[in-house]
Design a protein around this ligand. Structure first.
Ligand SMILES: Cc1cc2nc3c(=O)[nH]c(=O)nc-3n(C[C@H](O)[C@H](O)[C@H](O)COP(=O)(O)O)c2cc1C
Length: 345
């Protein structure tokens, strides 16, 4: 997921029964030619298996990008489903839905260039499912290792129901494993998907943003999952806005709208707790005390769940001192510590 499925998040997912995690979509042509763009992909020994997803139009670009990343990846995925207008103009993503010949060439190029598996992620064709079948068959002919199919067209909203029948047709048209995507928010959604389509696996996106522990059977994000994510995100230098979005997604279903508004201010505590927090264009260089920030977030969440919003308001007040006008008043780390101690008595 663009912006979200970065290393820290992928690592947390693996603690909760996710078997394979994908990177956000990366533009192959930019990746192959820009050192700066390549820095955006980071991984480690625990990030396994990881599939690096590229968007591409030109087989040579894709093969080149795949070669660069192959020593640090377990698979390459070609995005043939991104519905965004800018992507369509660039002739990538869902533009490829009815260009099986281009997909065919790109799979061929990757298979010739690298020795790790190659998959494609597609959407159902907007008008003619035969185009989808043709696309997956041609990809199979070129040696694609598995196919993921999202059961909505590029014109459909993500709130619309997925079309199980199209996914089932894809599954029946090829011999390689097929994963189904769309509308999986809990285990029972996954079971329904398996039953109705006969697929070999399922992929979730928004469901995991909201509850990274969904495949471990949790109905809502457990607090230890929030804490794990915060710790890893801080350790890996995740930019603060992304960290904050993740926290919001993970906690959203458990909060009232008033609580959500309060929690929206929590990010300021991460920036303002006096922990020598420095911001750069490319993200955050955190030099403070991970355990402390994680403790602040954890306590904040617990307090929202147990007591409603008022205590969070206190955090927001502290955090409000990030405002430029109050720069000299940024509270020191021990001030936050004292605050935590007194508020838990
Ligand atoms: C924030 C966000 C970012 C996404 N980024 C990507 C991406 O980088 N690559 C991709 O193939 N799909 C991406 N998607 C689409 C999802 O992979 C998935 O196909 C879609 O959300 C339907 O699945 P869901 O109902 O489980 O969310 C993204 C979706 C969301 C909500």
């Amino acid at each position: 997921m663009v912006r979200y499925s970065k290393g820290a998040f992928r690592e947390v997912l693996r603690d909760y029964n996710v078997d394979i995690a994908y990177t956000p979509m990366i533009l192959a042509d930019v990746f192959k030619s820009s050192e700066f763009a390549r820095q955006d992909y980071t991984t480690n020994d625990k990030d396994c298996p990881v599939v690096v997803q590229f968007a591409a139009h030109d087989p040579a670009d894709l093969a080149h990008a795949a070669q660069i990343v192959a020593p640090f990846a377990d698979g390459i995925d070609l995005n043939c489903g991104c519905p965004q207008k800018w992507a369509y103009k660039e002739k990538i993503g869902a533009y490829l839905s009815d260009r099986p010949e281009i997909v065919h060439e790109m799979v061929r190029a990757v298979k010739a260039a690298v020795n790790i598996p190659c998959s494609v992620k597609i959407r159902k064709h907007p008008t003619d499912i035969r185009q989808t079948i043709e696309l997956v068959r041609r990809a199979q002919m070129m040696g694609v290792d598995w196919i993921t199919v999202h059961g909505r067209t590029r014109h459909q909203k993500s709130t619309e129901p997925v079309d199980y029948e199209s996914i089932r047709l894809v599954k029946e048209s090829v011999d390689v494993p097929v994963l189904a995507n769309g509308g999986i928010f809990d285990i029972s959604d996954a079971d329904t998907m398996y039953e109705k389509t006969g697929v070999d696996g399922v992929m979730a996106a928004r469901g995991l943003l909201q509850n990274p522990a969904l495949f471990a059977g949790y109905k809502h994000t457990p607090l230890d999952c929030v804490e794990k994510y915060v710790n890893r995100a801080l350790a890996y230098g995740t930019p603060t806005p992304i960290l904050h979005h993740h926290i919001m997604y993970m906690m959203e279903s458990q909060m009232s709208s008033v609580e959500r508004r309060y929690i929206a201010g929590v990010k300021t505590i991460l920036e303002a707790s006096g922990l020598q927090h420095t911001m750069h264009d490319s993200g955050t260089n955190f030099q403070g005390d991970y355990a402390l920030v994680s403790e602040v977030v954890q306590q904040c969440m617990e307090s929202v769940l147990e007591n409603g919003a008022p205590r969070v308001l206190c955090y927001v007040k502290l955090g409000a001192r990030t405002d430029k006008n109050y720069q000299n008043e940024i509270p020191a780390a021990d001030k936050v510590r004292n605050f935590l101690e007194s508020s838990t008595k």
